[in-house]
Design a binder for this molecule. Structure first.
Ligand code: MRU
Length: 355
C-alpha cells in the first residue's frame, strides 16, 4: 500500500511550469503506464477531452479552464473586440468536444465572463484575470471535493460495503474525488470499507481507474463485471451505492456513465440507498428534467475492439454506444454537494442551493 496522499494528490490536470500549456495524465494509458501529456494547441486539448485522455466531469472543466487560458495567450488581436471574437471561436471549438458533462461549458462560460466583464481593460490585464480564474476553478474543485467527501462520509459506517460505478475519484477531479471521495477520506481516518467497483463497460473506467486508485490507497476493493452488481447486492454485501454525475437536472434526474441507472434500479429493488455525489457546478438548472440532457453517442469500435486483442464482433455488426444514461430522480436517495445533502423533493432541495 502506498501513502494515501500519493493517490489523493494525483494531479490529473495542471498548468505547465511555464504557464503556457495544460499538462494531463493520459487516463487512457492507466493502469499500465503513467504518461503525462503537454497540450498546447486547441486541437490537442479538444482531442484529449474527446478521446477521454482527460475525463470525469470536474477534470474536464478544469482542463477546459486552463486550456482556454493557454489558447487566449496566443491570440494576436490586441483590440478588445478582435480578442473577444477569437476567444469565442476557441471557446466554441473546445465546447464541442463532449456534450453531456456540463462542467465543460460551465468552466468555459466562467472564463468568457471574465472577458466580457472587463471590456474596459487592456488585453494583457484580461489575460492575467483569466489566469486567476482558471486557477480558481481548480482550487475551488479541491475544496468542493473535500466538502462532498465529508458529507458523503457522514452517510457511511465503518465496515460498510459500497458499490460504485465508473470513476469519480482523484483522477476525475481534484484530490479526494466525488463519488469515491468518502472512501478515501474514511480510509485516511482509519475506517475500512469493502468496495465493489463495477468494471464499467465499454471503456472500463471502473477496472482501469477506480480499482487502481482504491487498491493503491490500500482500500479493500473487489472488481466486478457490470452484470454482477445484482448478485453482490443480493448477497447482502452492499450497504450503499455511491456514484458521481455529469449533469443533474433541476428535478434531480442525473446523467452519469452508462449503466448507472441500472445500478440504481437494482439498489431500489434490494432496498439499498443510492447516492449521487457532485459539485453544484454539475447541477444544470437550465435542464428541467433528464429529457433535456443531451447524451453523447460514441464509436462502435469502443464496444467491439478497443480493449480486445481481436474484435469481439463482426465488423458489420451495428452497435449502439451511448456514453451516459439518466437515472430517474425517484431512484436517488440523496444528491450530495459541497453545500450539503439534498433529499427529495429535489426540485426544492436543489433550487435551495442556488438561493
Ligand atoms: O466518460 P467519462 O469517463 O468522462 O464519464 C465519467 C463519469 O460518468 C463520472 O462518473 C462523472 O464524470 C463524475 S466524475 C467525478
Amino acid at each position: 500500500m502506498e501513502n494515501i496522499a500519493s493517490i489523493t494528490h494525483i494531479e490529473s490536470v495542471r498548468l505547465s511550469d511555464d504557464g503556457t500549456a495544460v499538462v494531463i495524465i493520459d487516463q487512457t494509458q492507466l493502469p499500465g503506464r503513467t504518461e503525462y501529456l503537454t497540450l498546447s494547441t486547441a486541437e490537442d486539448i479538444w482531442e484529449a477531452i474527446h478521446s477521454l485522455k482527460v475525463r470525469g466531469a470536474p477534470a474536464i472543466g478544469i482542463c477546459a479552464g486552463y486550456g482556454i487560458y493557454c489558447l487566449a495567450l496566443k491570440i494576436r488581436e490586441k483590440d478588445y473586440n478582435g480578442f473577444l471574437r477569437e476567444f469565442r471561436r476557441e471557446k466554441d471549438y473546445l465546447d464541442s468536444a463532449r456534450p453531456t458533462a456540463v462542467n465543460l461549458s460551465w468552466a468555459l462560460n466562467r472564463m468568457e465572463r471574465v472577458v466580457t466583464g472587463n471590456r474596459d481593460k487592456q488585453v494583457p490585464d484580461i489575460l492575467n484575470l483569466l489566469k486567476e480564474e482558471c486557477c480558481r476553478i481548480h482550487q475551488e474543485d479541491i475544496s468542493m471535493c473535500r466538502a462532498i467527501s465529508e458529507y458523503g462520509l457522514s452517510l457511511l459506517k465503518d465496515g460498510d460495503g459500497v458499490l460504485t460505478h465508473c470513476n469519480a475519484g482523484p483522477l476525475a477531479t481534484s484530490r479526494y474525488g466525488t463519488g469515491q471521495g468518502p472512501l478515501f477520506l474514511g480510509k485516511e481516518r482509519g475506517m475500512n470499507f469493502h468496495v465493489y467497483a463495477d468494471e464499467t463497460r465499454p471503456l472500463l473506467q471502473g477496472a482501469r481507474l477506480t480499482a487502481y486508485e482504491l487498491q493503491r490507497a490500500g482500500i479493500d476493493v473487489t472488481l466486478i463485471c457490470d452484470n454482477m452488481a445484482g448478485i453482490v447486492m443480493k448477497n447482502g454485501w452492499v450497504q450503499a451505492c455511491m456514484v458521481g454525475c455529469d449533469r443533474v437536472a433541476a428535478n434531480g434526474d442525473t446523467a452519469n456513465k452508462i449503466g448507472t441507472s441500472g445500478v440504481a434500479i437494482l439498489a431500489r429493488y434490494y432496498n439499498i440507498p443510492f447516492y449521487v455525489l457532485g459539485p453544484t457546478s454539475t447541477i444544470d438548472m437550465n435542464c428541467r428534467t433528464g429529457d433535456d440532457i443531451r447524451i453523447e453517442l460514441r464509436e462502435p469500435e469502443e464496444i467491439k475492439e478497443k480493449f480486445y486483442r481481436e474484435p469481439v464482433a463482426l465488423k458489420e455488426v451495428k452497435c449502439y454506444n451511448p456514453s451516459f444514461d439518466v437515472t430517474d430522480h425517484s431512484l436517488i436517495t440523496a444528491v450530495i454537494t459541497e453545500k450539503g445533502i439534498c433529499r427529495p423533493p429535489f426540485t426544492e432541495s436543489l433550487a435551495a442551493l442556488f438561493c
